[in-house]
Design a protein around this ligand. Structure first.
Ligand SMILES: NC(=O)c1ccc[n+]([C@@H]2O[C@H](COP(=O)([O-])OP(=O)(O)OC[C@H]3O[C@@H](n4cnc5c(N)ncnc54)[C@H](O)[C@@H]3O)[C@@H](O)[C@H]2O)c1
Length: 257
C-alpha cells in the first residue's frame, strides 16, 4: 500500500509569522508534505532562514519580509508569491503578538496594534489570498487563535479579544467560502514551547512556572510547535475537505470545551 498523498496536485502555501516558533514548524511541515511554501515574517531575515532550511531539505520556498498589519505590503507579497511559486491556495495565519499588560495600563496604541496584527492582519491576509483560492475552486485556511480566547487570561484582555475575533472570523468565513471549495478552521494553542512563551515565563507572566503548568496538563507535557504543525498540516490536506468552521484544540487537554 502506498501512503495517501496530501494533495492530488501541487500546492503553494503562505505561512505568516513563519520565521519563529509555531510558524516555522508549520512551514517546515507543509514543505515536508510537498507544498511550496512562502514564509512571511515581520523579521525578513528569519523568514529567509526558514525558507533556506526548507530548501536545504530539498523543498521549495521563499522568505519575504511582510508586516501583516500593512495591507499594501500584504497585497504586494501575494503577487510576489503568485509570480514565484504560483497562486497560494493554502494560507496559515499564524503571525501574532501577545503582550501581557494590566487592563488599566493598556494604551490605545497597544490595543490598536494587537488588534491590527492578530485580527485585522488575519482578515486582510484571508481577503488578499482568497481570490486565488476561489479561482482554483480549492483552498485551505488555518487561523492560529489561542486558548485564551476560550477561557480568558488575566493581563491579556486585548490579546484574548483579538483571538476571540479570529474564532468568529473563522466560523463566518467558513460559511461564506465553503461553497467555493475552501475550508476555514482555527487552532487555538495553549502553552507551546516557543521563544515568545519562554520570554513570557522569564518575565513571570506564566504564574507558577512551566513545571506547575505541566502538572495540570492532562497529557503532562508542554506543547511543541510540531504538535500544532501536524494538526495544521492535516487540516490543509485534500482529505480534510469535510472539516470547516471548526475550533480544533491542540492543547494536551488543558482546554476542554
Ligand atoms: N506559544 C504559545 O503557547 C501560544 C499559545 C496560544 C497562541 N499562540 C499563537 O501562536 C502564534 C505563534 O506564536 P509563537 O509562540 O510561535 O510566537 P513567536 O514569537 O515565536 O513567533 C511569532 C512570529 O510572528 C512574527 N510576527 C509578529 N508580528 C508580525 C507581523 N505584524 N507581521 C508578520 N509577522 C509578525 C514574529 O516576528 C515571529 O517570528 C501566535 O499567533 C500566538 O498568538 C501561541
Amino acid at each position: 500500500m502506498s501512503p495517501v498523498p496530501a494533495w492530488s496536485e501541487s500546492r503553494t502555501a503562505v505561512v505568516t509569522g513563519g520565521g519563529s516558533g509555531i510558524g516555522r514548524a508549520i512551514s517546515l511541515r507543509l514543505a515536508a508534505e510537498g507544498a511550496a511554501v512562502a514564509v512571511w515574517d515581520l523579521d525578513a531575515d528569519s523568514a529567509r532562514a526558514t525558507a533556506a532550511a526548507i530548501e536545504d531539505a530539498g523543498g521549495g520556498a521563499i522568505g519575504l519580509g511582510v508586516d501583516v498589519a500593512d495591507r499594501p505590503r500584504v497585497d504586494e507579497a501575494v503577487a510576489e508569491v503568485r509570480a514565484q511559486l504560483g497562486p497560494a491556495t493554502i494560507l496559515v495565519n499564524n503571525a501574532g503578538i501577545s503582550p501581557f499588560e494590566r487592563f488599566l495600563s493598556i494604551s490605545r496604541e497597544s490595543l490598536v496594534r494587537v488588534l491590527a496584527v492578530n485580527l485585522v492582519g488575519t482578515f486582510d491576509c484571508c481577503q488578499a489570498v482568497a481570490p486565488d483560492m476561489i479561482d482554483a475552486r480549492w483552498g485551505r485556511i488555518v487561523n492560529i487563535s489561542s486558548s485564551s480566547a476560550q477561557v480568558g487570561n488575566a493581563l491579556q484582555v486585548h490579546y484574548a479579544a483579538s483571538k476571540a475575533g479570529v474564532i468568529g472570523l473563522t466560523r463566518s468565513l467558513a460559511r461564506e467560502l465553503g461553497p467555493k471549495g475552501i475550508t476555514v478552521n482555527t487552532i487555538p494553542p495553549s502553552f507551546v514551547d516557543t521563544p515568545t512563551l519562554r520570554g513570557s515565563a522569564e518575565k513571570g507572566f506564566l504564574g507558577p512556572g512551566a513545571e506547575e503548568h505541566v502538572k495540570t496538563t492532562p497529557v503532562r507535557r508542554m506543547g511543541q510547535p510540531e504538535d500544532i504543525a501536524s494538526a495544521c498540516a492535516y487540516l490543509a490536506r485534500d482529505e480534510a475537505g469535510f472539516i470547516t468552521g471548526q475550533v480544533v484544540g491542540v492543547n494536551g487537554g488543558r482546554t476542554i470545551c
